[in-house]
Design a protein around this ligand. Sequence first.
Ligand SMILES: Nc1nc2c(c(=O)[nH]1)N[C@H]1C(S)=C(S)[C@@H](COP(=O)(O)O)O[C@H]1N2
Ligand SMILES: [Mo]
Length: 380
Amino acid sequence: MFSRRKWMKVLGAGMSALDGWGQAPLRFPGKRSMLVQNDFPEDLETPAEYLNTWITPNDAFFVRQHLPRPKVDAASWRLKVGGMASNPLTLTLDDLKRMPQVKVPATLECAGNGRANYRPKVPGLQWSKGAMGNAEWRGVRVADLLKRAGAGAGVQYGNFNGADQGVAKTPDFIRSIPMRKLTHEATIVALEMNGAPLPEIHGFPARLIVPGWDGANWVKWVTEMELSAEPSKGFFFATGYRYPKYSPAPGSAVKPEDMEVLEGMAVTSYFAHPAHGATAKKGIPLRLQGVAYGGENRVSRVEISTDGGAKWLDAKLSPQNYPFAWRLFTFDWIPPERGYHVLCSRATDSAGRIQPVECPWNPGGYMYNAIERLGVMVEA
Ligand SMILES: Nc1nc2c(c(=O)[nH]1)N[C@H]1C(S)=C(S)[C@@H](COP(=O)(O)O)O[C@H]1N2
Ligand SMILES: [Mo]
Protein backbone atom coordinates (compact mmCIF):
# COMPACT_ATOMS: atom_id res chain seq x y z
CA MET A 1 0.00 0.00 0.00
CA PHE A 2 2.70 2.50 1.06
CA SER A 3 6.33 1.97 0.11
CA ARG A 4 8.80 2.18 2.94
CA ARG A 5 10.30 5.35 1.45
CA LYS A 6 6.99 7.13 1.18
CA TRP A 7 6.15 6.11 4.74
CA MET A 8 9.45 7.48 6.06
CA LYS A 9 8.75 10.71 4.19
CA VAL A 10 5.31 11.19 5.68
CA LEU A 11 6.54 10.12 9.09
CA GLY A 12 9.15 12.86 8.82
CA ALA A 13 6.45 15.37 7.97
CA GLY A 14 4.49 14.19 11.01
CA MET A 15 7.48 14.78 13.26
CA SER A 16 7.90 18.38 12.19
CA ALA A 17 4.17 18.91 12.72
CA LEU A 18 4.72 17.86 16.31
CA ASP A 19 7.19 20.70 16.82
CA GLY A 20 4.65 23.17 15.49
CA TRP A 21 1.84 21.73 17.63
CA GLY A 22 -1.12 24.05 17.50
CA GLN A 23 -4.39 25.01 15.89
CA ALA A 24 -4.79 24.16 12.23
CA PRO A 25 -8.05 25.57 10.91
CA LEU A 26 -9.87 23.40 8.36
CA ARG A 27 -6.83 21.34 7.47
CA PHE A 28 -8.66 18.08 7.90
CA PRO A 29 -11.79 17.33 5.90
CA GLY A 30 -14.87 16.96 8.08
CA LYS A 31 -13.15 18.51 11.11
CA ARG A 32 -13.34 21.94 12.64
CA SER A 33 -10.18 23.48 14.07
CA MET A 34 -8.42 20.83 16.18
CA LEU A 35 -5.17 20.57 18.13
CA VAL A 36 -2.81 18.74 15.80
CA GLN A 37 -0.64 16.15 17.54
CA ASN A 38 0.36 14.53 14.23
CA ASP A 39 -0.85 15.35 10.76
CA PHE A 40 -0.17 11.94 9.20
CA PRO A 41 -1.53 9.59 10.27
CA GLU A 42 -3.93 12.11 11.79
CA ASP A 43 -3.87 12.42 15.58
CA LEU A 44 -6.18 15.30 16.45
CA GLU A 45 -7.12 16.53 19.90
CA THR A 46 -10.44 18.13 20.76
CA PRO A 47 -9.84 21.63 22.16
CA ALA A 48 -10.95 21.73 25.81
CA GLU A 49 -13.63 24.36 25.14
CA TYR A 50 -15.61 21.77 23.14
CA LEU A 51 -15.88 19.46 26.16
CA ASN A 52 -19.08 21.27 27.09
CA THR A 53 -21.85 19.38 25.29
CA TRP A 54 -23.48 16.03 26.10
CA ILE A 55 -22.74 14.85 22.55
CA THR A 56 -19.40 15.73 20.99
CA PRO A 57 -20.19 16.71 17.39
CA ASN A 58 -18.52 14.41 14.85
CA ASP A 59 -16.54 17.34 13.42
CA ALA A 60 -14.99 18.06 16.85
CA PHE A 61 -14.35 14.45 17.95
CA PHE A 62 -10.71 13.56 18.61
CA VAL A 63 -8.84 11.22 16.26
CA ARG A 64 -6.17 8.62 17.01
CA GLN A 65 -4.66 6.24 14.50
CA HIS A 66 -1.38 4.38 14.53
CA LEU A 67 -1.30 3.65 10.81
CA PRO A 68 -2.31 5.37 7.60
CA ARG A 69 -6.09 5.47 7.32
CA PRO A 70 -7.34 2.79 4.91
CA LYS A 71 -9.70 3.64 2.06
CA VAL A 72 -12.62 1.30 2.54
CA ASP A 73 -15.10 0.63 -0.27
CA ALA A 74 -18.51 -0.06 1.31
CA ALA A 75 -19.60 -2.42 -1.48
CA SER A 76 -16.63 -4.77 -1.25
CA TRP A 77 -16.10 -4.45 2.53
CA ARG A 78 -16.77 -7.63 4.56
CA LEU A 79 -16.81 -8.52 8.24
CA LYS A 80 -15.52 -12.05 8.83
CA VAL A 81 -16.34 -13.91 12.02
CA GLY A 82 -14.26 -17.08 12.13
CA GLY A 83 -11.91 -19.19 14.20
CA MET A 84 -13.68 -21.35 16.80
CA ALA A 85 -17.13 -21.02 15.23
CA SER A 86 -19.50 -23.73 13.97
CA ASN A 87 -20.99 -21.31 11.43
CA PRO A 88 -18.28 -18.87 10.27
CA LEU A 89 -19.72 -15.66 8.83
CA THR A 90 -18.76 -13.33 6.01
CA LEU A 91 -21.11 -10.36 6.29
CA THR A 92 -21.70 -7.45 3.95
CA LEU A 93 -22.66 -4.02 5.21
CA ASP A 94 -26.26 -4.72 4.18
CA ASP A 95 -26.22 -8.00 6.13
CA LEU A 96 -25.25 -6.03 9.25
CA LYS A 97 -27.87 -3.35 8.59
CA ARG A 98 -30.54 -6.08 8.43
CA MET A 99 -29.70 -7.33 11.94
CA PRO A 100 -31.34 -5.76 15.04
CA GLN A 101 -29.74 -2.36 15.80
CA VAL A 102 -29.18 -0.91 19.27
CA LYS A 103 -28.17 2.57 20.39
CA VAL A 104 -25.46 3.02 23.01
CA PRO A 105 -24.39 6.41 24.37
CA ALA A 106 -20.76 6.01 25.39
CA THR A 107 -17.62 8.02 26.00
CA LEU A 108 -14.52 7.11 24.05
CA GLU A 109 -11.32 8.05 25.88
CA CYS A 110 -7.78 7.24 24.79
CA ALA A 111 -5.80 5.61 27.61
CA GLY A 112 -3.13 8.27 26.97
CA ASN A 113 -5.48 11.20 27.60
CA GLY A 114 -3.75 13.60 30.04
CA ARG A 115 -0.31 12.08 29.36
CA ALA A 116 1.16 15.59 29.02
CA ASN A 117 0.73 16.00 32.79
CA TYR A 118 3.12 13.22 33.81
CA ARG A 119 6.50 14.10 35.32
CA PRO A 120 8.95 12.84 34.34
CA LYS A 121 7.56 13.14 30.84
CA VAL A 122 6.53 9.92 29.12
CA PRO A 123 7.17 9.40 25.40
CA GLY A 124 4.08 9.23 23.20
CA LEU A 125 1.47 11.71 22.09
CA GLN A 126 1.33 14.57 24.60
CA TRP A 127 -2.46 14.64 24.93
CA SER A 128 -3.80 17.34 27.22
CA LYS A 129 -7.48 16.66 28.02
CA GLY A 130 -9.17 16.36 24.63
CA ALA A 131 -8.45 12.73 23.72
CA MET A 132 -12.02 11.99 24.75
CA GLY A 133 -15.52 12.51 23.41
CA ASN A 134 -19.06 11.28 23.91
CA ALA A 135 -21.30 9.97 21.14
CA GLU A 136 -24.41 7.96 20.53
CA TRP A 137 -23.30 4.85 18.68
CA ARG A 138 -25.69 2.58 16.78
CA GLY A 139 -25.11 -0.89 15.47
CA VAL A 140 -25.22 -4.63 16.06
CA ARG A 141 -24.57 -6.40 19.35
CA VAL A 142 -21.42 -8.50 19.28
CA ALA A 143 -23.41 -11.04 21.34
CA ASP A 144 -25.78 -11.45 18.35
CA LEU A 145 -22.84 -12.04 16.02
CA LEU A 146 -21.40 -14.62 18.42
CA LYS A 147 -24.73 -16.50 18.50
CA ARG A 148 -25.11 -16.40 14.74
CA ALA A 149 -21.55 -17.65 14.23
CA GLY A 150 -22.01 -20.46 16.76
CA ALA A 151 -19.09 -19.45 18.98
CA GLY A 152 -17.52 -22.58 20.49
CA ALA A 153 -17.46 -23.37 24.22
CA GLY A 154 -13.70 -22.84 24.59
CA VAL A 155 -13.66 -19.33 23.11
CA GLN A 156 -11.90 -16.90 25.46
CA TYR A 157 -11.23 -13.94 23.16
CA GLY A 158 -12.35 -12.20 20.04
CA ASN A 159 -9.23 -11.06 18.18
CA PHE A 160 -10.14 -8.01 16.11
CA ASN A 161 -8.40 -6.66 13.05
CA GLY A 162 -9.22 -3.58 11.00
CA ALA A 163 -8.55 -2.66 7.37
CA ASP A 164 -5.45 -0.64 8.29
CA GLN A 165 -2.18 -2.53 7.82
CA GLY A 166 1.26 -2.51 9.40
CA VAL A 167 3.79 -0.16 7.78
CA ALA A 168 7.58 -0.06 8.21
CA LYS A 169 8.25 -0.58 11.93
CA THR A 170 4.64 -0.15 13.04
CA PRO A 171 2.89 -3.54 13.17
CA ASP A 172 -0.72 -4.28 12.26
CA PHE A 173 -3.27 -3.07 14.82
CA ILE A 174 -4.96 -6.11 16.40
CA ARG A 175 -6.79 -6.18 19.71
CA SER A 176 -8.12 -9.04 21.81
CA ILE A 177 -11.23 -8.65 23.90
CA PRO A 178 -12.30 -11.24 26.48
CA MET A 179 -15.69 -12.95 26.15
CA ARG A 180 -17.07 -11.45 29.38
CA LYS A 181 -16.93 -8.01 27.72
CA LEU A 182 -17.88 -9.18 24.21
CA THR A 183 -21.10 -10.72 25.46
CA HIS A 184 -22.14 -7.54 27.30
CA GLU A 185 -25.28 -6.02 25.77
CA ALA A 186 -23.60 -2.62 25.27
CA THR A 187 -20.65 -3.99 23.27
CA ILE A 188 -21.50 -3.41 19.62
CA VAL A 189 -20.17 -3.17 16.10
CA ALA A 190 -21.26 0.38 15.33
CA LEU A 191 -22.30 1.55 11.88
CA GLU A 192 -23.43 5.01 13.01
CA MET A 193 -22.07 7.81 15.15
CA ASN A 194 -24.49 10.52 16.30
CA GLY A 195 -27.12 9.62 13.70
CA ALA A 196 -24.78 9.63 10.70
CA PRO A 197 -22.85 6.79 9.04
CA LEU A 198 -19.46 6.48 10.77
CA PRO A 199 -17.13 9.13 9.33
CA GLU A 200 -14.22 7.61 7.40
CA ILE A 201 -11.72 8.89 9.97
CA HIS A 202 -13.68 7.21 12.81
CA GLY A 203 -13.76 3.78 11.17
CA PHE A 204 -16.27 3.67 8.28
CA PRO A 205 -18.13 1.45 7.69
CA ALA A 206 -17.91 -0.33 11.08
CA ARG A 207 -16.03 -0.10 14.34
CA LEU A 208 -16.11 -1.78 17.70
CA ILE A 209 -17.65 0.02 20.71
CA VAL A 210 -16.31 -1.31 24.03
CA PRO A 211 -18.07 0.93 26.57
CA GLY A 212 -16.06 2.04 29.58
CA TRP A 213 -12.84 0.50 28.28
CA ASP A 214 -9.63 2.06 26.97
CA GLY A 215 -10.11 3.54 23.47
CA ALA A 216 -7.52 1.16 22.02
CA ASN A 217 -10.16 -1.59 22.17
CA TRP A 218 -12.51 0.33 19.90
CA VAL A 219 -11.10 -1.13 16.66
CA LYS A 220 -11.91 1.01 13.61
CA TRP A 221 -12.58 -0.20 10.03
CA VAL A 222 -13.11 -3.64 11.57
CA THR A 223 -12.90 -6.52 9.07
CA GLU A 224 -12.30 -9.58 11.21
CA MET A 225 -13.30 -11.12 14.52
CA GLU A 226 -11.35 -14.33 15.10
CA LEU A 227 -12.74 -16.44 17.96
CA SER A 228 -9.93 -18.04 19.88
CA ALA A 229 -8.81 -19.61 23.14
CA GLU A 230 -5.76 -17.32 23.01
CA PRO A 231 -5.27 -13.55 22.79
CA SER A 232 -3.24 -11.94 20.01
CA LYS A 233 0.55 -12.07 20.38
CA GLY A 234 0.79 -8.87 18.32
CA PHE A 235 2.47 -5.74 19.67
CA PHE A 236 -0.68 -3.69 20.24
CA PHE A 237 -2.17 -6.26 22.60
CA ALA A 238 0.76 -8.23 24.05
CA THR A 239 3.04 -5.20 24.71
CA GLY A 240 1.25 -1.91 24.03
CA TYR A 241 -1.45 -0.50 26.30
CA ARG A 242 -0.17 -2.25 29.40
CA TYR A 243 -0.17 -0.90 32.96
CA PRO A 244 2.06 -1.92 35.90
CA LYS A 245 0.66 -4.29 38.55
CA TYR A 246 2.28 -2.10 41.22
CA SER A 247 3.13 1.62 41.38
CA PRO A 248 6.69 2.05 40.10
CA ALA A 249 8.86 4.95 41.22
CA PRO A 250 8.39 7.79 38.69
CA GLY A 251 10.75 7.32 35.73
CA SER A 252 11.70 3.73 36.54
CA ALA A 253 11.46 0.72 34.21
CA VAL A 254 8.90 -2.05 34.71
CA LYS A 255 9.46 -5.67 33.59
CA PRO A 256 7.04 -6.97 30.94
CA GLU A 257 5.81 -9.70 33.33
CA ASP A 258 4.82 -6.98 35.80
CA MET A 259 2.55 -5.31 33.24
CA GLU A 260 -1.10 -6.14 32.61
CA VAL A 261 -3.68 -5.21 30.00
CA LEU A 262 -5.74 -2.04 30.45
CA GLU A 263 -9.49 -2.51 30.59
CA GLY A 264 -11.89 -0.09 32.33
CA MET A 265 -10.98 3.59 32.43
CA ALA A 266 -10.36 5.62 35.59
CA VAL A 267 -12.74 8.21 37.05
CA THR A 268 -11.89 11.67 35.82
CA SER A 269 -13.14 15.22 35.23
CA TYR A 270 -12.03 18.14 33.11
CA PHE A 271 -12.96 21.80 32.86
CA ALA A 272 -14.11 23.05 29.48
CA HIS A 273 -14.54 26.57 30.83
CA PRO A 274 -12.81 28.72 31.92
CA ALA A 275 -9.45 28.08 30.29
CA HIS A 276 -6.30 27.99 32.41
CA GLY A 277 -4.97 31.53 32.71
CA ALA A 278 -8.32 33.20 31.99
CA THR A 279 -9.29 36.43 33.72
CA ALA A 280 -12.52 37.13 35.62
CA LYS A 281 -14.02 40.13 37.42
CA LYS A 282 -14.64 40.35 41.14
CA GLY A 283 -18.37 39.95 41.92
CA ILE A 284 -19.36 38.99 38.35
CA PRO A 285 -20.70 35.40 38.26
CA LEU A 286 -18.63 32.94 36.29
CA ARG A 287 -20.05 29.59 35.20
CA LEU A 288 -17.51 26.76 35.51
CA GLN A 289 -18.31 23.92 33.11
CA GLY A 290 -16.89 20.55 32.27
CA VAL A 291 -17.28 16.80 31.89
CA ALA A 292 -16.82 13.87 34.24
CA TYR A 293 -16.47 10.21 33.27
CA GLY A 294 -16.29 7.01 35.32
CA GLY A 295 -15.35 4.32 32.77
CA GLU A 296 -17.66 1.37 33.41
CA ASN A 297 -19.32 3.22 36.30
CA ARG A 298 -21.74 6.10 36.40
CA VAL A 299 -20.56 9.48 37.62
CA SER A 300 -22.27 10.06 40.95
CA ARG A 301 -20.74 13.33 42.12
CA VAL A 302 -18.53 16.20 41.04
CA GLU A 303 -17.11 18.61 43.60
CA ILE A 304 -15.51 21.95 42.97
CA SER A 305 -12.94 23.87 44.96
CA THR A 306 -12.21 27.50 44.17
CA ASP A 307 -9.44 27.80 46.74
CA GLY A 308 -6.95 25.18 45.59
CA GLY A 309 -8.61 22.28 47.38
CA ALA A 310 -9.25 23.61 50.90
CA LYS A 311 -13.06 23.64 50.66
CA TRP A 312 -15.21 21.51 48.31
CA LEU A 313 -18.79 22.14 47.13
CA ASP A 314 -21.04 20.01 44.92
CA ALA A 315 -21.34 20.92 41.25
CA LYS A 316 -24.64 20.52 39.41
CA LEU A 317 -24.75 17.42 37.19
CA SER A 318 -26.58 17.14 33.87
CA PRO A 319 -29.68 14.89 33.85
CA GLN A 320 -28.09 12.39 31.45
CA ASN A 321 -26.94 9.57 33.68
CA TYR A 322 -25.85 6.45 31.82
CA PRO A 323 -23.22 3.88 32.56
CA PHE A 324 -20.30 4.33 30.14
CA ALA A 325 -21.11 7.95 29.28
CA TRP A 326 -19.83 11.17 30.72
CA ARG A 327 -21.93 13.73 32.60
CA LEU A 328 -21.67 17.47 32.27
CA PHE A 329 -21.18 19.59 35.35
CA THR A 330 -21.67 23.27 36.06
CA PHE A 331 -20.84 25.42 39.05
CA ASP A 332 -21.72 29.10 39.38
CA TRP A 333 -18.95 30.97 41.08
CA ILE A 334 -18.84 34.59 42.17
CA PRO A 335 -15.18 35.55 42.30
CA PRO A 336 -14.90 36.99 45.84
CA GLU A 337 -11.71 39.00 45.64
CA ARG A 338 -8.90 40.24 43.47
CA GLY A 339 -6.05 37.78 42.91
CA TYR A 340 -5.07 34.43 41.46
CA HIS A 341 -7.51 31.60 42.24
CA VAL A 342 -6.93 27.90 41.71
CA LEU A 343 -10.08 26.09 40.59
CA CYS A 344 -10.29 22.30 41.03
CA SER A 345 -12.75 19.60 40.02
CA ARG A 346 -12.99 16.14 41.54
CA ALA A 347 -15.35 13.38 40.36
CA THR A 348 -16.62 10.33 42.24
CA ASP A 349 -18.22 7.34 40.52
CA SER A 350 -20.85 4.77 41.49
CA ALA A 351 -18.12 2.32 42.53
CA GLY A 352 -16.88 4.90 45.06
CA ARG A 353 -13.74 5.71 43.10
CA ILE A 354 -12.59 9.31 43.46
CA GLN A 355 -9.92 11.31 41.64
CA PRO A 356 -6.61 11.39 43.54
CA VAL A 357 -4.43 14.41 44.30
CA GLU A 358 -1.51 12.65 42.63
CA CYS A 359 -1.88 10.11 39.84
CA PRO A 360 0.46 7.08 39.87
CA TRP A 361 3.22 7.48 37.27
CA ASN A 362 3.50 4.62 34.78
CA PRO A 363 5.84 4.01 31.83
CA GLY A 364 3.07 4.23 29.19
CA GLY A 365 1.67 7.48 30.56
CA TYR A 366 -1.80 5.96 30.72
CA MET A 367 -4.90 6.59 32.85
CA TYR A 368 -4.01 10.10 34.02
CA ASN A 369 -6.81 11.19 36.35
CA ALA A 370 -5.46 13.49 39.05
CA ILE A 371 -7.82 16.21 40.31
CA GLU A 372 -8.17 18.85 37.61
CA ARG A 373 -6.63 22.21 38.52
CA LEU A 374 -6.43 25.51 36.71
CA GLY A 375 -5.70 29.11 37.53
CA VAL A 376 -7.88 32.18 36.99
CA MET A 377 -6.83 35.79 37.63
CA VAL A 378 -9.60 37.81 39.24
CA GLU A 379 -9.47 41.56 38.69
CA ALA A 380 -11.04 44.19 40.90
N1 LIG B 1 -7.96 -0.06 13.21
C1 LIG B 1 -7.59 0.78 14.20
N2 LIG B 1 -8.46 1.01 15.21
C2 LIG B 1 -8.13 1.85 16.21
C3 LIG B 1 -6.87 2.49 16.27
C4 LIG B 1 -5.97 2.25 15.19
O1 LIG B 1 -4.85 2.78 15.14
N3 LIG B 1 -6.36 1.38 14.18
N4 LIG B 1 -6.57 3.33 17.33
C5 LIG B 1 -7.30 3.05 18.58
C6 LIG B 1 -7.08 4.07 19.62
S1 LIG B 1 -5.59 4.00 20.43
C7 LIG B 1 -8.08 4.95 20.00
S2 LIG B 1 -7.87 5.97 21.34
C8 LIG B 1 -9.35 5.03 19.26
C9 LIG B 1 -9.60 6.45 18.76
O2 LIG B 1 -10.80 6.52 18.05
P1 LIG B 1 -11.18 7.82 17.21
O3 LIG B 1 -10.07 8.12 16.25
O4 LIG B 1 -12.47 7.50 16.54
O5 LIG B 1 -11.35 8.94 18.21
O6 LIG B 1 -9.38 4.15 18.13
C10 LIG B 1 -8.79 2.89 18.34
N5 LIG B 1 -9.05 2.06 17.20
MO1 LIG C 1 -5.74 5.46 22.26
